[in-house]
Structures are given as structure tokens and as C-alpha cells.
Design a protein around this ligand. Structure first.
Ligand code: ATP
Ligand code: MG
Length: 448
């Protein structure tokens, strides 16, 4: 992509109302624009990142054997009357009337709808388990939308739902999602910690929030330091095998959100030097809730004995748009973003220091072609801006690599490569630069 053709409305000033780094940087780098409180337009640069996050979430759901579908954003109120949540949900639900004055709503989540879809299509335990997901916009009229996309009103969520005949089988579905989440966040360059969370009236131990530690996080969390270093399952993981040992490994160490935190238990379980009490961002939530919806909504299946029982359900959310803020919180400095390669809007920023200079233009054009031909996503700064402005803009948008081409270097056959993550620079021969960058990018995209 040539920057001269792209749409990158970079802000010179730091927006005054943005309190945290990710919000500031997303506005400054022209990634999003607020259209109303908690409602954002995704500008081209931000949209590219959102799509990459979404795709990683999708790949790991597919890998875990969850089946993708798409439910609508607008739902009928009557569905929510069946579960009793239409009145219970309160002001967070955006309620709408259609032209015939039928009560509708913009979905804040999809338990009711998926339960309705399930009950229309499945009759027997022989068709279980079923695991379904979609990635769709949600609306919650949050009392305090803030921190940009971190707590929006309109936001993109992946929500999956599991259907099982009994709790033993439901635990297997839960474990699949547990392992899939560890892999999902790690592929985005995030260390997520599964933490015991409130299970509500159902009780049990099957509810975990996946938390990214960050000073600006909204939740107070407590955990054992050793969890932060624990390695996640690799890509060869067999999701049909026994995942309980992986879940046990992570859940054997103390980690809890403040709602369920027990200080005495924390102190007795974790040696003083390993106790972490910090703040975190909730990027995912997995939850087993049994027949909470299937019983009132009569989503029943015939068991082996022919008797009908309500199906046992779980739901599993990932905050896709919130993740973009979380990734920036984890990877930035005062100059801008530092995207991990798998979610970077482009892999390489090609900087032409002297547009109009024939040799520089020709070298840049050749490198641009060669890198794209090798599968590298390139943003080519072919604009007439001054070098200082170009460097600052590249640092702000935070592409993993910058390839800098100017007449002086070209005279010696050299190009400069800058790695955004650590600021490291090296000179490489111009004729080797494209292959060099392609190899670096490829290695960083080959996921473990
Ligand atoms: P929170 O406690 O942050 O309000 P929640 O418990 O309401 O979260 P869930 O209903 O479990 O969230 O939704 C699943 C995921 O969707 C959350 O883990 C979070 O990552 C994301 N999410 C929830 N609310 C928002 C929001 N207002 N803006 C952006 N992402 C959100
Ligand atoms: Mg909420």
C-alpha cells in the first residue's frame, strides 16, 4: 500500500480526553475515530489490525473444533422474555421498536438466540456435543464507556456456546475452550492468565476470566507469579485428547479476580515472594452455566434412557475489539505502538527519504514489489514529507520493521533496517533487503 493513496489521518496533538496509552495511540495513529460515546469508526489502519485479531481468534476456535456461524445483531424481545432476562437486563440493553411497534433489541450477547436455534435442530444426546461460535458486533449501553475500544458500547465479540448431555461432558467442552484461549492470546503476543471468576448463582469451579496484566486494567487481580511464565500448549495439541492435565496445571496455582479473591487462601497457597497483586484487563471469559437457559427455554434432548433432559450449556466470550487496546497496552513506548508481527497492520514500513530522486524512487519501487511478491505486507511512504516527520509517523503506527532508503545509503549499496520492538538498527545490502525482511517476517508469523 502506498501511503499517498492510503487514509492515515494522524493527529499532531495528544487527545486530551484519552486517559490511557492505548486510547491515545489509537486516536493519534488514525486507527479509530469516535462517532459517539463508546461508538467508533474503524479507520483503515485500525481495521487491518481488528481483522488480524479476529482471524487468529477464528483459527484457534476452528482448531479446537468449534463451528462458525453468524447470528444477527438485532433480536426480538420475546426471545429474552422466555429466559426472563428481558426485564432483568436493565438499561445496558438498547431497546428498539420496529415500524409495527414490535419490541426489538440490539444484542448484548446471544445465549437466548443460540438456545432457540439449538432447540429447533437437536433432539437426541447422540447429536452431542455441539460447539458453535460467531464473531459479531454487540451493543451494551455501558454506564461509563471509557478507555476507547476497551470499554465501548458497540464492540466486537467472539462468543461460543457449548451443548452437552451432562456435566462430565460439558467439562470437556470447557477444557477445549480453556486451551484454545491460552493459544489465542499467546499468538497475539499476550500473556494471559486464567483466573477463577464469579460463577453466579450456579456455583461450581467452571468460570475463568482470561486476564492480561496491565497497570491501566479495570480489574484488581491476585495471582501466583509462576503463572506468568507458564508455557502454553503448542500447535500440535490434540483437542480431542485429554486436556484436563493442561487445565489442572494452570488452575493448581492461585489466580483470582477481586470478586472471588480470598486473602487468607492466597497467603497460605502462595509464598510471599511469588504473590502478585496487580491490575488486569479481561480479554476473555469462559463459563459453564448448566441449564440456566435450556430449562426455561425448554431446550431438551432425549438421553440414553429416552427421557428428555435440558441440555447443559456453557458460553465463551473473547473481546475482539478490546484486545486491540490490550495489545497496545502491552506493546508500546512513548513514541507509539510496537505491534507484534501477527497482528501488525503491515509488516514493513518502506521509507523513501527522497521522493523525486530517480535512483531512490527506482530502488524503493523494486523493493516494494519484491517484498509484496514474497508475501510481506508493506506500507510504502512515498509522500513528500520531511524525513523527521516520516520517522515519527512510522514509530507512531508501530510497524515491526522499517526499511529506510535514501540517496546516501544507496551510494554505498546499503539500506537501513530498524526493528521497532527494540529500536535495533542494521545496514543490509539493498539487493538482499527484500529477502532479509521476508525471512524475518515469515519466522515471526510461523506460529508455535
Ligand atoms: P466486563 O466485566 O468487562 O463488563 P463482562 O463480564 O460484561 O465484562 P462478558 O459478557 O463475559 O463480559 O463478555 C465477553 C468479553 O467481551 C469480555 O471478556 C470482554 O473482553 C469483552 N467485553 C465485554 N464488555 C465490553 C465492552 N463494553 N467493550 C469492549 N469489550 C467488552
Ligand atoms: Mg459487562
Amino acid at each position: 500500500m502506498r501511503l499517498s493513496r492510503f487514509f492515515l489521518p494522524v493527529l499532531k496533538e495528544t487527545p486530551a480526553d484519552a486517559q490511557i496509552a492505548s486510547h491515545r495511540l489509537m486516536l493519534r495513529a488514525g486507527m479509530v475515530r469516535q462517532e459517539s460515546a463508546g461508538i467508533y469508526a474503524w479507520l483503515p489502519l485500525g481495521f487491518r489490525v481488528l481483522k488480524k485479531i479476529e482471524q487468529i481468534v477464528r483459527e484457534e476456535q476452528d482448531r479446537a473444533g468449534v463451528v462458525e456461524m453468524l447470528m444477527p445483531t438485532i433480536q426480538p424481545a420475546d426471545l429474552w422474555r422466555e429466559s426472563g432476562r428481558y426485564d432483568a437486563y436493565g438499561k445496558e440493553m438498547l431497546r428498539i421498536a420496529d415500524r409495527a411497534d414490535r419490541e426489538m433489541l440490539y444484542g448484548p450477547t446471544n445465549e437466548e438466540m443460540i438456545t432457540e436455534i439449538f432447540r429447533a435442530g437437536v433432539r437426541s444426546y447422540k447429536d452431542l456435543p455441539k460447539l458453535l461460535y460467531h464473531i459479531q458486533w454487540k451493543f451494551r449501553d455501558e454506564i461509563r464507556p471509557r478507555f476507547g475500544v476497551m470499554r465501548g458500547r458497540e464492540f466486537l465479540m467472539k462468543d461460543a456456546y457449548s451443548f452437552d448431555i451432562d456435566e462430565t461432558s460439558a467439562r470437556k467442552s470447557y477444557n477445549k475452550m480453556f486451551a484454545a484461549y491460552l493459544r489465542t492470546f499467546s499468538r497475539m503476543g499476550l500473556k494471559s492468565i486464567p483466573m477463577r471468576a464469579d460463577t453466579g448463582p450456579i456455583g461450581g469451579d467452571l468460570s475463568h476470566e482470561f486476564i492480561i496484566l496491565a497497570e491501566t486494567g479495570e480489574s484488581a487481580v491476585f495471582c501466583d507469579k509462576r503463572l506468568i511464565e507458564m508455557s502454553v500448549p503448542d500447535r500440535d495439541l490434540d483437542f480431542d485428547g485429554d486436556l484436563q492435565p493442561i487445565v489442572d496445571q494452570f488452575t493448581s496455582l492461585y489466580a483470582a479476580t477481586d470478586e472471588v479473591h480470598d486473602e487468607a487462601a492466597f497467603e497460605s497457597a502462595v509464598p510471599a515472594e511469588a504473590r502478585v497483586s496487580a491490575r488486569g484487563i479481561e480479554v476473555g471469559h469462559i463459563f459453564f452455566f448448566g441449564d440456566k437457559y435450556s430449562a426455561p427455554m425448554k431446550a431438551v434432548v432425549a438421553g440414553p434412557d429416552g427421557k428428555e433432559v435440558p441440555v447443559q450449556m456453557g458460553s465463551y466470550g473473547v473481546g475482539v475489539s478490546r484486545l486491540m487496546g490490550a495489545i497496545i497496552e502491552a506493546h508500546h513506548d512513548e513514541d507509539g505502538c510496537k505491534w507484534p508481527t501477527p497482528v501488525a497492520p503491515f509488516h514493513v514500513g518502506l521509507v523513501n527519504l527522497k521522493p523525486g530522486d530517480e535512483a531512490t524512487d527506482a530502488a524503493c519501487a523494486a523493493l516494494y514489489e519484491a517484498m509484496q511478491g514474497a508475501g510481506v505486507e508493506v506500507l510504502y511512504d512515498d509522500t513528500p514529507a520531511r524525513p523527521g516527520e516520516k520517522f515519527a509517523r512510522m514509530d507512531l503506527i508501530g510497524l515491526p520493521y522499517q526499511l529506510v532508503i535514501g540517496p546516501r545509503g544507496l551510494g554505498e549499496g546499503a539500506a537501513e533496517v530498524k526493528r521497532r520492538a527494540d529500536g535495533g538498527r542494521e545496514d543490509v545490502p539493498v539487493d538482499k533487503a527484500a529477502a532479509h525482511l521476508a525471512a524475518l517476517v515469515k519466522a515471526e508469523l510461523a506460529y508455535s
